[in-house]
Write a protein that binds this ligand. Structure first.
Ligand SMILES: Cc1ncc(COP(=O)(O)O)c(C=O)c1O
Length: 338
């Protein structure tokens, strides 16, 4: 099935950022956005590209009260010949539909979503930055806009896509992931079995802000999330997956409901395996834990080998995660950037 969307172009285009080194993340938005409605009985309909601008919403819209909202994040890159490429958009669309299932939001036709992304990116193609390390961040999102206080799936939704030219997520904060100071969070959790950790629902991020804020006050820029049951096993860092290379093997947390199945994570795993590395997706813990200095038997095989990365103490820090590892790891760290 082919899709074509109505396009209403802006009559007042904005001035594009002159200095691409100062783009930051999610600060500047392009001239247009995609919007589509869902109404019970009618399904998803009326997809269109319109000038970027504020929405008018009834204060009783369900999203404001019960947070039936989800989003995705992917990027378009300007490549050497000047053309624009999307990075594995089908993977994000698949993950978006998985999130829809978890939040009882009606799924969208993946071909339709891909066409919507391509259409709005094409309309705003002049906004895709040119410098190395820059890209056009694409933010699809869906929210329930039914006017109701019932704690039930909404009967009306909006699906939208907005675009933001972006530099590195960390630009301006520090010198990048290499120098990120990470706080091992052992009080607050990001996810627990049966909840929504594997989805990109806004609620996950709202619940994570507190730990991030406390870590920042202590001088850290990221939180290392431990599992929500035993608070022992490494899951993610901030809003990123994390890998450790130990004795030539690469370890990362398995995606079993509490870890977001990152598209970058999956891509790294595929690349590494192609390059001949052994990648282990499993459960693993740090060599020392704040409250439990004795690692669990089964994970002793990892004990000690992380020690060069952490400073034991109440506040835990991973300094230069890539220390003592080879060039490939540095390449991977770049790939890990949002
Ligand atoms: C919690 C969380 N984990 C991991 C990731 C990385 O996912 P991806 O590689 O698909 O951007 C993200 C970013 O979206 C995230 O929000």
């Amino acid at each position: 099935m082919s899709y074509e969307f109505k396009i209403e172009r802006t009559t007042a285009p904005k001035v594009k950022p002159a200095d691409e080194s100062k783009l930051g993340f999610g600060k500047i938005f392009t001239d247009h956005m995609f919007i589509m409605n869902y109404d019970e009985g009618q399904g998803w309909h009326d997809g269109r590209v319109v000038p970027y601008g504020p929405l008018s919403l009834d204060p009783s819209s369900m999203v404001f009260h019960y947070a039936q909202e989800l989003f995705e994040g992917l990027k378009a890159y300007r490549v050497a010949d000047g053309s624009i490429q999307l990075f594995r958009p089908q993977k994000n669309i698949e993950r978006m539909n998985n999130t829809c299932d978890r939040l009882c939001v009606p799924r969208l036709d993946p071909d339709m979503v891909l066409e919507a992304i391509k259409t709005v990116v094409d309309v705003d193609k002049d906004w895709v930055p040119h410098n190395d390390g820059t890209s056009l961040y694409i933010r699809p999102f869906i929210f329930g806009d039914e006017v109701s206080f019932s704690v039930l799936p909404a009967k009306h939704y909006r699906f939208m896509i907005i675009l933001s030219p972006t530099g590195s997520y960390y630009a301006g904060n520090d010198k990048g992931l290499q120098t990120t100071r990470i706080y091992v969070e052992d009080e607050y959790i990001r996810a627990a079995p049966g909840l929504t950790g594997y989805t990109k629902c806004g609620g996950n991020y709202a619940a994570s802000i507190k730990a991030g804020e406390l870590a920042e006050k202590k001088g850290y820029s990221q939180v290392l999330w431990l599992d929500g049951v035993e608070k022992k096993y490494v899951e993610e860092v901030g809003a990123m997956n994390i890998f450790f290379k130990i004795d030539g093997k690469v370890y990362t947390a398995a995606c079993e409901g509490t870890v977001l199945p990152g598209v970058t994570r999956r891509s790294i795993i595929e690349l590494l395996r192609d390059w001949g590395y052994e990648v282990i997706e499993g459960k693993y813990q740090l060599s020392y834990m704040p409250k439990d200095k004795k690692p669990v038997e089964e994970y002793l095989k990892l004990q000690g080998r992380f020690s060069h990365m952490f400073k034991p103490g109440n506040e835990w820090m991973i300094e230069q995660v890539q220390k003592e590892v080879d060039r490939n790891w540095e390449e991977l760290l770049k790939l890990c950037e949002l």
